[in-house]
Design a protein. Structure first.
Length: 257
């Protein structure tokens, strides 16, 4: 086959230079697309997780976990009759590298509204469904914590978790850890779609409501659980180490704002 007249004849050094340039361009493309962990892929995701609207209606907080990503951002878009929320996530690109240690985490992430939510609907902009949230005006706060767990008003640790099952209403979990380290004290409050049955063998009462103690056979958590007809509450030691008397004292000290 004869070489076309318009194609120049390159010397061997020139051919090597062209080949090197092509190889460098391909390598750069591969690095930019698949390899460099400093490159991010931004995408919008559903606002999954436990949700809380503050007592003044102006702050929305979501429990969020992430892996191989930067910390997500909770975004709210306000309308006259509804507020749309979504999670703006940034994931590392490429399957051929290990995620940095700081690309895994969980936290409480908040966004602020220009006006209280009040009667406006809270909607998931990505999934197209209502967001079940706990009203901060009903959130029970502890007035007593065991020794070394600090004052009830100190900043609690965050315990991100998934949204409550469809059969239940919105849920919120707050955790406290002792100053010197040790088992977590976890308080969970869930709004019920239907009243919860009372314990078949009540072992205590909280504000006049029958309560029962239980221990998880797998995680070894120890909890006291009761319902006031609107919410189910659980005060747990993770793992079980706090005595039942302390769990009951925390339970009896819960107060709504």
């Amino acid at each position: 086959m004869r070489r076309a007249k318009w194609i120049p004849r390159l010397s061997t050094p020139a051919r090597l230079v062209v080949l090197a340039v092509l190889c460098a361009a391909v390598a750069e493309l591969v690095l930019q697309t698949w390899w460099l962990p400093s490159r991010w892929r931004a995408y919008d995701a559903p606002a999954d997780g436990q949700a809380l609207v503050s007592a003044d209606g102006r702050t929305i907080t979501l429990t969020v976990s992430w892996q191989c990503e930067q910390e997500p951002e909770l975004v709210a878009r306000e309308g006259a009759d509804h507020v749309d929320v979504l999670l703006h996530r940034r994931a590392f690109k490429g399957p051929t590298y290990q995620c940095p240690e700081n690309a895994v985490g969980s936290a409480l992430i908040s966004t602020h509204l220009s006006a209280p939510l009040t009667t406006r609907s809270l909607l998931d902009a990505v999934a197209g469904r209502p967001v079940a949230y706990l009203d901060g005006r009903d959130l029970a706060q502890p007035s007593y914590l065991p020794p070394d767990y600090g004052d009830p008003g100190h900043n609690p640790t965050s315990y991100p978790g998934s949204a409550a099952p469809d059969a239940e209403g919105p849920s919120w979990t707050t955790g406290f850890r002792p100053r010197q380290g040790g088992p977590a004290l976890v308080i969970t409050q869930t709004r019920l779609a239907t009243p919860a049955p009372e314990p078949s063998r009540p072992q205590a009462t909280v504000d006049g409501h029958a309560a029962g103690f239980s221990e998880s056979p797998t995680s070894k958590d120890r909890s006291i659980t009761w319902s006031d007809g609107t919410y189910t509450f659980a005060v747990s030691s993770r793992p079980a180490s706090l005595p039942d008397q302390e769990l009951l004292r925390v339970a009896e000290g819960l107060r709504r704002s």
